[in-house]
Design a protein around this ligand. Structure first.
Ligand SMILES: Cc1ncc(COP(=O)(O)O)c(C=O)c1O
Length: 400
C-alpha cells in the first residue's frame, strides 16, 4: 500500500482532544475523572434557538442552501457586526461556514500561497499552526511572556513580519491565556499591520466572554486597515452551540468571495437547520449570554482563589474566555513514584493518572510547563478537579 500524504503525517493531533479522550476512556472504565479539558460551555443551547431549529425541520427546511449562507442569517450577522463591533459589511462580504474553525481554514486557503508565512503569537489556540500547515503556508511563532500578560507587542510583530508574511492571526480574548487586548494595544498593532499590508485573521469567538468590566475591541473597526482584516466569529461559545457548527467571517469582498469559492468545492453550505438556529441566536436579546458570562465569572473567581492557595503555581488573572493557564515550572524535575516529571505532558499525565483530573498540557498551545484548566465545566466538577490539583501539588512538593 502507498503511504499517507507527507502533509497529514506532519500534522499534530489536537492535544485537547487527546486528553479529553483519555479522560473519557478512564470514565468508561469506572474511574471518576474531573474533566477540565473541555473548550465548551456546559449550558444548554437557549430554548428559542432550539425552537427555531425545530421549526426549520417541521417546515422541511432541510435542503441545500446558498453556499454563502441563508439571507436571514447574513442579515443577522451584518446587524450583529454593526451593533456589537462597529463593523459595517455589505452582503457580499459575509460567509457562513461550518464553525469558526472551518471559517479560518477557508480564509487561509483564500489568501495563502505555498511558502507564505503566517505570524502566530504563542501561547496560541492549538489549531492555528496546523491549519496554516494544511494550506502549505509556514507558521511563524512569536513567543509572548507571562510578564507581558501573554500579549504580542507592536515591536515583536514588526520584527516577525518580512516580505514573505501574508497574515497575522490575532485572538482576543485568547485561548488558552484568557488575555484581552485593550483598544490602545490593538491600535499599536494596527499601525504595523497598515505599514506592512498583511492580512489579519481576527478570531473573536470569545468576544462575549469578558470579565471585570473589560471591553472587547474589534481590530477591523480601525478604518485604515478595514480591508486587511478578516473578522471571524461564531455561535459556539457565546450561545452554547458548539455542536451546531456555525461560524462566519466578515472581510473585503474579494477575500469573502475567494473563501466562498473554497467552501463551495469542499463542503457547500453549512447545515440549513443550524443556520436558522444561528440566525435566531444572533438576533435574540442577550439575557442568556449575560447569565452564562456571570456564571463563568463566578467559576473563574473560585478557580483563581483555589489556585492562588497552592504554593509555587504561577498564574495570570484572565480577563476573558473560560480558561486558566498556570505554570507548573517549579514541579518540573521532581520524581513521583520513581518517574521523572520532565515536562507539562508528564504533569498532565500525573494529574490524570494519580489524581483523576484531566487538563491539557501547554505544549499543544506552544507554551512549555503550563497546563490549561477549563472552567466551562460544572461547578461540582471544577471543585473536584481543583481539589485534585491541590492534592497533587502537595504530594509533588514533598517529592524530590
Ligand atoms: C480561539 C478559538 N477559535 C475558534 C474556535 C472554534 O470554534 P468553532 O466551534 O466555531 O469551530 C475555538 C474552539 O475552541 C477557539 O478556542
Amino acid at each position: 500500500m502507498k503511504s499517507l500524504s507527507i502533509k497529514v503525517r506532519q500534522l499534530e493531533e489536537s492535544a485537547t482532544l487527546a486528553f479529553t479522550q483519555l479522560a473519557r476512556k478512564m470514565r468508561e472504565s469506572g474511574v471518576d475523572v474531573a474533566n477540565l479539558t473541555a473548550g465548551e460551555p456546559d449550558f444548554p443551547t437557549p430554548p428559542q434557538v432550539k425552537m427555531a431549529a425545530v421549526r426549520a425541520i417541521e417546515e422541511n427546511f432541510t435542503h441545500y442552501t446558498a453556499n454563502q449562507g441563508i439571507p436571514e442569517l447574513i442579515t443577522s450577522i451584518i446587524e450583529k457586526f454593526e451593533r456589537d463591533n462597529g463593523l459595517r459589511f455589505e452582503r457580499s462580504q459575509i460567509l457562513v461556514s461550518c464553525g469558526a474553525k472551518h471559517t479560518i481554514y477557508n480564509a487561509l486557503q483564500a489568501i495563502c500561497n505555498p511558502g507564505d508565512e503566517v505570524v502566530i503569537p504563542a501561547p496560541y489556540w492549538v489549531t492555528y499552526p496546523e491549519i496554516v500547515k494544511l494550506v502549505d503556508a509556514k507558521p511563524v511563532i512569536v513567543q509572548t511572556t507571562a510578564a507581558e500578560h501573554f500579549k504580542i507587542s507592536a515591536a515583536q510583530l514588526r520584527k516577525a513580519i518580512n516580505a514573505k508574511t501574508k497574515a497575522f492571526i490575532f485572538n482576543s480574548p485568547g485561548n488558552p491565556t484568557g488575555s484581552v487586548y485593550s483598544q490602545g494595544e490593538i491600535e499599536e498593532l494596527a499601525d504595523v499591520v497598515k505599514d506592512s499590508g498583511v492580512f489579519v485573521i481576527a478570531d473573536e469567538i470569545y468576544e462575549k466572554v469578558v470579565y471585570d468590566g473589560v471591553r472587547h475591541f474589534s481590530m477591523g473597526s480601525i478604518k485604515q486597515i478595514k480591508d486587511q482584516v478578516i473578522t471571524v466569529n461564531g455561535v459556539s461559545k457565546a450561545f452554547a452551540m458548539t455542536g451546531w457548527r456555525i461560524g462566519y467571517l466578515g472581510s473585503s469582498t474579494p477575500v469573502a468571495e475567494a473563501a466562498a469559492k473554497v467552501q463551495s468545492q469542499v463542503t457547500s453550505n453549512a447545515t440549513s437547520i443550524a443556520q436558522r438556529a444561528a440566525a435566531a441566536a444572533l438576533s435574540a436579546p442577550s439575557d442568556d449570554v449575560q447569565k452564562m458570562v456571570e456564571e463563568f465569572c463566578r467559576r473563574r473567581d473560585f478557580a483563581l482563589k483555589e489556585i492562588s492557595k497552592i504554593p509555587d503555581v504561577e498564574l495570570q488573572d484572565p480577563k476573558g474566555a473560560f480558561y486558566l493557564f498556570p505554570s507548573f515550572k517549579s514541579f518540573i524535575g521532581k520524581r513521583m513514584n520513581g518517574a521523572l516529571i520532565k515536562d507539562d505532558m508528564d504533569i498532565a499525565q500525573y494529574f490524570l493518572k494519580e489524581h483523576h483530573v484531566a487538563l491539557v498540557p501547554g505544549c499543544g498551545f506552544g507554551a512549555k510547563n503550563h497546563v490549561r484548566i477549563s472552567y466551562a465545566c460544572s461547578m461540582k466538577e471544577l471543585e473536584k478537579g481543583l481539589g485534585g490539583i491541590a492534592e497533587g501539588c502537595r504530594k509533588l512538593r514533598d517529592a524530590y
